[in-house]
Design a protein around this ligand. Sequence first.
Ligand code: GLC
Length: 740
Amino acid sequence: MKLIHIIAGLALATAPLAAQVPVYLDETKPIEDRVEDALSRMTLEEKIAVIHAQSKFSSRGVPRLGIPEIWTTDGPHGIRAEVLWDEWDQAGWTNDSCVAFPALTCLAATWNEDMSLLYGKSIGEEARYRNKAMLLGPGVNIYRTPLNGRNFEYMGEDPYLAATMVVPYVKGVQSNGVAACVKHFALNNHEVNRYNTNVIVDDRTLYEIYLPAFKAAVQEGGAWAIMGSYNLYKNQACCHNEYLLNDILRGEWGYDGVVVSDWGGTHDTDEAIHNGLDMEFGSWTNGLSEGASNAYDSYYLALPYLNKIRSGEVGTEELDAKVRNVLRLAFRTVMNRNRPLGSLCSDAHYAAARQIAGEGIVLLKNDADLLPMEVKKGSTILVVGENAVKMMTVGGGSSSLKVQREISPLEGIRERFGDIAEVVYERGYVGDTGGEYNGVTTGQDLSESRSAGQLIADAVARAREADYVIFIGGLNKSNQQDCEGADRTQLGLPYGQDQVIEALAEANENLIVVNISGNAVAMPWVEEVPAIVQAWYIGSEAGHAIADVLSGDVNPSGKLPFTFPARLEDVPAHIMGEYTGIASADTVDIEYKDGIYVGYRWTDLQKKTKPLFAFGHGLSYTSFEYGKPVIDKDEMNMDGSVTVRVSVTNTGDREGKEIVQMYVGDRKASVERPVKELKGFKKVSLAPGETTEVSFTVDKEDLSYFDADRHEWVAEPGMFDIYVAAAADDVRGKVSFELK
Ligand code: GLC
């Protein structure tokens, strides 16, 4: 028998088998065909089962068809430890420690999209390795009040910066076949009354300030999941909100992913059916600790929904739309046999955490070039402050982590300088001595018997003898100190830290203050302290990254993603008085009367108060000079866009990175507009003496404001100013042009 006959025979023999592979299992078929085929095979009960949780963090697949469960995991900075099936309590696994990456305020402070891609890819690899289909992050709610407990999880006050930085993170996560779940959609800008705040905001402000980061995550990042927020908008829960989910997310943005509720954010079956919710999680929990046990069949989208269908009260059209979205999520993740395998706690992930932290740390002040430290052999370095030793990868609420390791600032400083200098430590103050967060116990004993006065006296005594004093304090992600579920009650530092800092400044002129926080803090001692570093919550490699910067091994290049106000009274959300901070059991209307004037937009508008440190501020160990910006008039494009070029020179004696910012100002408009708005930035690395040219293309979108009446973006003809700046309060040049 000829070979050809054998092959033909084999082909015939297997033909029926090949024909038997159902479309939904055939990787060669388009995803939408596979979705429709799977949908057509599912029973009504199976369809209901996949649109709500079956456990604390998972929803059911379709076992009969071999479609796996969907496992979700917190959070934006690292992969949360396993909890029990139906409890918030730790499952006690021994293989679920992770790498804690820097908090997203630090990522935003890098102003470096490459760092965002590296971040998303790395955290996505950890999620993938832990077999999670959905990462419950990133968060991109706008920083509106410096008291908001969750600002550390978000990307600052400016919609353009947040919109630019969120996209690579989403792409990086999803390159692993893991869905990024962008949260909390929308208008979740403070934690007090987070479940019952009804936000009132005008459309222009909504579209110009609070939506752009979500829109970019969807349209440019291709996000596969969005999480509704707890609060209300137009008196409807954001987890089932016809305006945000049907009209905007689906209708205007063409979103094709799933909408997931926040844990406990679902409150009504009819609204959940008709207003765009696809997956209900965590009902009857406060999202942190409580929960009704095994209530899954009672979920709003479980039996109550099934009964409405069976009784004929509602059809199955909405159900099929939800199931299609869940199936599309499955085919993008757990049903994709070609997705990578991920990795956990790898050297690459630690290196990424350290690099991102080093690029996000912001040098706020450096008088007399006190930094980088020049440590002489036999000298003494005194480290003061609880945050030098306290674990920071725990706390903060749902983003709390169980890490494989965390290098504390004191450990990092000892490791870096300990072989030539004596590094001694004083507590300085007592902050949060708790040791358990979301079930993760730190094992640290931070108990202290000395009085506050004694602690200061002991620190001052040592400070008098030291060559350098490094105070490491700030906030600490304990309750009301940058934590989910509660806001801060003051702008100033807690635990009497100001007194410690002032006493140390008296005792030693070589004082460096390292502030660890996710929010701006008041600094009444700012004039007395020569060097101030904003070090964020930077995760497992904190100590290494801080030592890298203090020693000069890394030249700091971060810039603030939000304004540091001098006083709470300077913040529009507080001036207008509608941020009350007062807990209430009833629905609380909060009107965003500050409108579009958030952050530097407000600072620029009114001239009487100046911020402590401006949006976009950050120093370097070298210096940069900007040339005069020019517009290539002859290159003005048909659509009215122009290209602005500016040269930047490293005028110092060491390599450094500079973030060149480009803002646009409309000289005269038919509506009030901010003086200038960020519409571009470039981070460039320059050797000493090196000059590079940076160019920005300014298009009509950059020139536009949102006309709420016409419900569209409008660029009005007239004169526009293009500002090139090193910070919102440090304009280095301006050019103008006329939009015809
Ligand atoms: C929490 C948070 C949300 C988190 C979810 C699961 O309450 O609001 O960000 O992902 O519930 O823990």
